[in-house]
Design a protein around this ligand. Structure first.
Ligand SMILES: Cc1cc2nc3c(=O)[nH]c(=O)nc-3n(C[C@H](O)[C@H](O)[C@H](O)COP(=O)(O)OP(=O)(O)OC[C@H]3O[C@@H](n4cnc5c(N)ncnc54)[C@H](O)[C@@H]3O)c2cc1C
Length: 427
């Protein structure tokens, strides 16, 4: 007798849920995605990193991403009027694709969902209610009214519930799991604009250190520019009471953004996010596992969010048997997945910290000073090596690599002797 397909209920049709669904359905599992259909038109998360291109190739969707995405060659960090730090993804040649994309989220999320449906998953639009915590068997269960909406399972419960509910963190809240908050308590506002001077080279993302916090400029297709600001909540209030006043106020007060946006027209409402740095106590339990933001999110700096959503989907899907239900080894595999996920988020957090406290810019300026003092081939080789390691970490290839992390830590100690990091810190 062939084994029955494993029944998987995925809560949330965002990138993490849709990708997990696609990968499991492709392998023959019976996958149902349950989503409340409440995604707003404008969703944050438009700048992607090269590791994601590798994932697109695996899913067979790079051509479609290319059709609505903007080719992204790298990121430029502007620290002040004199200091600019250019991170080109060309430096990861031979390790990862040397580019990524900037994408409008509506099209991007729809593509991932379509891929899941074409792979055999089904989708039901409903607001999921969960039951729990239960002391025996599955720790969380679909509420009877939710289960009743899945016709092809004829009342049978899922073998596994995958929580991909994003920052709503459905399971974590139900189980009252502790969560560790990150060091920053910022608010982020953003909107799409037209009529702005666009970054060069085309598609380059610009991150600017501001008097308070930082801003992003993400070029999208059709001349659109996504402008976002990230700053301490109290500092934001100095610019006005509403998100619109705060976003426009910061743009007007910062020469570097004002100068490129003199003729700007806002095309969308302003979207706001706050309190997003969070890692849950655990990523799985009996009968459930969390993927993407439902487990944790680090920070918008360096754009690790969607990459971790897709990577966690990949690792989680590989931990689940697609036929015969969960076997005796699945709980251990899910715990290993959780440890990997937590470790990866911590490595991203540690890299992001280098940008916030200014160490990365201290390393960069110390390197430039060294090359200027002793120009020549050895300086070029050292500079090239460091740039490659750094770009590799920001691209997602080396973020967890021991050697790259050690190199960065060592360089930070050396450059800190010059005492410059605090002058570059993002407040
Ligand atoms: C300020 C800011 C800037 C960012 N910038 C970037 C960036 O430039 N690049 C990047 O890669 N990432 C960025 N991110 C992160 C990125 O937006 C997220 O990591 C990503 O959206 C996570 O995807 P997800 O699938 O886990 O969750 P989501 O995209 O949030 O999807 C969750 C889904 O679950 C559904 N849902 C929730 N509850 C229920 C329920 N009870 N029943 C049914 N359905 C439900 C929701 O409607 C939604 O469709 C940024 C984040 C922030 C806060």
């Amino acid at each position: 007798m062939p084994e029955r397909p494993t029944r998987i209920a995925i809560i949330g049709a965002g990138p993490a849920g849709a990708t997990t669904a696609a990968l499991l359905a492709k392998r023959g599992a019976s996958v149902v995605i349950l989503d409340d259909g409440k995604r707003p038109d404008l969703v944050v998360g438009e700048s992607l990193i090269p590791l994601m291109v590798a994932a697109f190739r695996e899913l067979g969707i790079e051509e479609q991403v290319k059709s609505f995405g903007m080719h992204k060659p790298g990121v430029t960090f502007t620290i002040d009027d004199e200091t600019e730090f250019n991170l080109s993804f060309q430096a990861v040649e031979g390790v990862l694709p040397t580019y990524s994309y900037n994408v409008p989220r509506r099209e991007f999320d729809q593509l991932l969902l379509d891929t899941a449906l074409q792979s055999g998953a089904t989708m039901i639009t409903t607001r999921v209610n969960l039951d729990g915590p239960h002391a025996h068997g599955a720790e969380v269960r679909l509420a009877p009214e939710t289960l009743a909406q899945i016709p092809n399972w004829h009342g049978a419960a899922p073998d596994l519930i995958i929580d991909a509910s994003g920052r709503r963190r459905l399971t974590a809240k139900l189980l009252q799991l502790k969560a560790e908050s990150g060091p920053r308590t910022d608010v982020a506002h953003f909107a799409h604009y037209t009529g702005c001077r666009l970054p060069a080279p085309a598609g380059q993302v610009i991150i600017s250190r501001l008097k308070h916090g930082w801003s992003w400029r993400i070029p999208l297709t059709d001349g659109r520019l996504s402008i976002g600001i990230v700053m301490n909540k109290d500092a934001a209030k100095e610019f006005g009471a509403t998100p619109e006043e705060q976003l426009e106020g910061v743009i007007e007060s910062e020469t570097r953004i004002r100068s490129i946006g003199q003729n700007r027209q806002r095309l969308t409402p302003v979207a706001t996010y706050a309190n997003y740095q969070l890692i849950s106590e655990r990523a799985s339990g009996p009968g459930w596992a969390a993927v993407g933001d439902a487990f944790g999110f680090v920070d918008p700096m360096l754009s690790p969010g969607l990459c971790m959503a897709l990577e966690s989907a990949r690792v989680l899907a590989a931990s689940i048997p697609p036929h015969g239900g969960l076997d005796a080894r699945t709980p251990a595999r899910l715990r290993r997945y959780g440890r990997w996920f937590e470790r990866s988020l911590r490595h991203w957090q540690s890299l992001v910290d280098y940008f916030y406290d200014g160490r990365i810019f201290a390393i960069y300026t110390a390197g430039k000073a060294m090359s200027a003092k002793r120009p020549g081939r050895p300086a070029e080789v050292i500079d090239g090596h460091i740039t490659r390691q750094l770009a590799g970490m920001a691209a997602g290839a080396y973020t967890s690599r021991f050697y790259s992390r050690l190199l960065l830590a060592t360089l930070a100690v050396v450059s800190l002797r010059e005492g410059k990091a605090t002058g570059f810190a993002i407040r």
